[in-house]
Design a binder for this molecule. Structure first.
Ligand code: UDP
Length: 237
């Protein structure tokens, strides 16, 4: 059973359970996808029914963002832990290398996926990356067809929310990939264009604060976090 917060159902899994489930899905017939909602995405879903439908139709919904974990505690249905999408994605790359599964990187500005692929190959030399494409395509069906031609098993979909969730929902089958992961700006991190917060911030659950300091223009987006908690408290009544 999923833990439901403001209409979005989260799977109550820790990192190793999420990876185990990811590997099962990767090895199953058909198309599957993982979404990693944070409070901002939950707020988007409340306003956008198509986003809500796409998020809840995912095969695995992991809580990316400490705000979601706090929200689950407020509702007295505590999620085990925060599972950062970028770490889940990294673990899945290691699994793909081990299992001989192929990977396609879709999303972000031109050149980012290629740079990310280069860096991934340094860490996982046997990893088979069979394709890359930027995230500014006009024709969704054509982008999905390109993935299918590559024969990729695992697909990174990094188009920002809710575009990536809706793409996976509508075109997932068409890509032919067995597992897709909606991972926002994570290719920017793999490419080295964006740095993750130092470990101390991660351990103190203050990664969001670090990102805000580095990029104050995110304040508008960040304000969705208190709004999310206020809405969760309201839902309790
Ligand atoms: N992006 C994209 N296509 C679009 C819109 C955005 O590929 O049509 C990319 C954008 O370049 C960025 C990534 O999506 O690299 C994710 O952006 P965001 O900052 O929303 O990521 P998050 O905060 O969710 O990690």
């Amino acid at each position: 059973m999923r833990v439901e917060l403001l209409g979005v159902g989260f799977d109550n899994v820790n990192m190793s359970e999420a990876v185990q489930r990811g590997v099962e899905l990767l090895q199953s017939e058909g198309a599957h996808y993982v979404v990693t909602p944070n409070p901002e995405i939950v707020e988007t879903c409340r306003e956008n029914p198509a986003a809500m439908e796409a998020v809840n139709a995912a095969d695995l919904v992991i809580a990316d963002g400490i705000g979601v974990v706090y929200g689950s505690r407020i509702r007295k249905m505590p999620l085990k832990e925060r599972v950062p999408g970028i770490e889940f994605g990294t673990e899945m790359l290691a699994q793909c290398e081990k299992l001989g599964k192929t990977v396609y990187l879709l999303g972000c500005k031109p050149g980012v996926a290629e740079k990310a692929a280069e860096n991934m190959k340094k860490t996982y030399p046997a990893l088979q990356i069979v394709g890359t494409a930027d995230g500014y395509f006009k024709d969704d069906a054509a982008a999905a067809a390109k993935v299918r031609e590559s024969g990729a098993d695992l697909l990174f979909v990094c188009l920002g929310a809710p575009k990536q969730e809706i793409f996976m929902y509508k075109y997932g089958e068409a890509t032919g990939a067995h597992l897709m992961m909606g991972l926002g700006g994570s290719l920017d991190v793999f490419a080295g264009n964006v740095k993750r917060a130092p470990k101390i911030y991660q351990d103190l659950n203050l990664e969001w604060f670090y990102r805000l300091m580095k990029n104050p223009s995110r304040i508008g987006r960040m304000m969705k976090l208190p709004l999310f908690l206020i809405h969760v408290m309201g839902e309790k009544k």
